[in-house]
Write a protein that binds this ligand. Structure first.
Ligand code: FAD
Length: 432
């Protein structure tokens, strides 16, 4: 007879660890299953970790967690082939507790976070792959099958938090295989550099950190972006774009990363660094419209497995943590009522609906599809803006009025006025 728990959590990423932590803290018997050697070994993130959602679980976590730098400066760069138009926000209000966000390396962070769940009483089982959900004759989820001999486990409820590559949901008929237009793939290198070099290049001191998102030529106009984030003594440098774009353009993600690192605005930042790690991962960017059922008889779905990513805001880990916490709270209530039916677990949906999670996912549901269907947005505008700025800022004796007329002609030659208006309207509608 297979062992029975109150809850089984599939996958020890931010969503799963949070669910296990919250359940264990509430006194539930919970087992957390992870296929990697350790939590974090299979995980990739840029990675900016947002303080608020983690603080909701472990108040003041920054005093003990293995974090890299606290973010005081966020920048957005629009790249053409040889120029960069940038806007940024440096905020020294974020230089002190409680901070706003941190850069992290997931191999260290997830391992530490899972240990906190274990300290609360969760049972962590690593190097074990969950292959499918077990169901009873009525179709209710009653446990999991793993790749271990006699590896079935039973539970009142299963939390599926297996991340973007959600093979368990697919194998259990709860989610179709995602289309390549709804999935991005991102590659990242961790590039070692001495601390003082990072401080000089990014104008920071101590543990202050900078994050840069780059668009346009960073991805050769594909739907996605490049990034450079400062760690203590390394940089996280990566690019990501929709899988369908990579296929259409016949570009390998690794080639795109090399291209990004060689851009004249990026090359000086990474110069002299030594690549320590190379990582690749998928990001579910289909958004609200492509989310699977988030609950049913005996199961709940959290984080990336549920498609909870808002790419335009670089948010994923926070949604994963909040959904993991709300799933656990729902289970605690279901345990109290001794009712693990879909009806009882639908409280999870209500909680998500009341939180920023579903409200934001709904608000941004059109963003990625709109950018994908309108390749001019990342394909033309970043280079056009750089061209306009380049000419405008060149002091060449041309009278300003004449220059303004020339620039207007330049813009409308590349994109007619009707196209400009339509693009502004489309993006406004997709974001607001
Ligand atoms: C390159 C990149 C950059 C990103 N940058 C950011 C960022 O800066 N900020 C941010 O907030 N988000 C970022 N994200 C998104 C963020 O990483 C995810 O949203 C977040 O990790 C989701 O957490 P999760 O727990 O749902 O899934 P994951 O972190 O993917 O965790 C899932 C876990 O389940 C395990 N697992 C999977 N299948 C099984 C199985 N069958 N059996 C057992 N275990 C299994 C995996 O090994 C993994 O440990 C980025 C993503 C990528 C790829």
């Amino acid at each position: 007879m297979a062992e029975k728990f109150d809850a089984i959590v599939v996958g020890a990423g931010p969503a799963g660890i949070t669910a296990a932590y919250t359940l264990a803290e509430a006194g539930a018997q919970v087992v957390l299953i992870e296929r990697g050697e350790q939590p974090g070994t299979k995980n990739t993130m840029g990675g900016v970790l947002y303080r608020k959602m983690m603080d909701d679980i472990i108040p003041g976590f920054w005093e003990q967690a293995p974090l890299e730098r606290h973010v005081i400066d966020q920048q957005w760069w629009l790249l053409s082939e040889e120029a960069a138009f940038s806007i940024g926000h440096r905020n020294l209000g974020h230089d002190q507790p409680p901070y706003n966000a941190f850069t992290v390396l997931r191999a260290k962070f997830d391992k530490w976070y899972a240990q906190q769940a274990v300290k609360k009483g969760a049972l962590l089982i690593t190097e074990t792959v969950v292959t499918e959900l077990l169901k009873d004759k009525q179709g209710r989820v009653i446990g999991i099958r793993t790749d271990r001999p006699e590896g079935d486990l039973l539970a009142d409820v299963v939390v599926v938090s297996e991340g973007a590559n959600s093979l368990v949901l697919e194998a259990s008929g709860l989610k179709p295989m995602p289309r390549s237009e709804t999935m991005a793939v991102a590659v990242k290198e961790v590039i070692a550099l001495p601390r003082e070099v990072i401080e000089n290049r990014f104008h920071v001191s101590g543990n202050q950190g900078v994050v840069i998102e780059a668009f346009g030529n960073a991805t050769l106009g594909m739907t996605g972006n490049g990034f450079v984030y400062t760690n203590k003594d390394s940089l996280s440098v990566g690019v990501g774009a929709m899988i369908s774009d990579f296929v259409r353009r016949r570009i390998h993600p690794h080639q795109l990363l090399e291209h990004f690192k060689q851009h004249p605005a990026i090359a000086p930042l990474v110069a002299g660094g030594e690549v320590k790690e190379y990582l690749a991962h998928m990001i579910p960017e289909g958004g609200y419209e492509t989310m699977p059922p988030l609950y049913g008889d005996g199961f709940l779905v959290c984080g990336d497995a549920a498609g909870m990513v808002i790419a335009v805001h670089r948010e994923g880990s926070n949604l994963a943590m909040t959904s993991g916490r709300l799933a656990a709270q729902t289970i605690v209530e279901a345990k109290r009522d001794r009712d693990f039916s879909a009806h009882s677990l639908s409280r999870y949906w209500e909680k998500l609906n009341q939180s920023y999670v579903l409200q934001d996912l709904r608000q941004y549901r059109r963003t990625t599809p709109t950018i994908e269907r309108n390749p001019q947005i990342l394909g033309i505008y970043p280079s056009l803006l750089n061209e306009v700025m380049g000419q405008f800022l060149t002091v060449d004796g041309v009278p300003k009025r004449e220059k303004e007329k020339r620039l207007l002609r330049l813009v409308t030659r590349r994109r007619p006025v009707t196209g400009l208006i339509k693009d502004a309207w489309r993006m406004g509608r997709a974001m607001l």
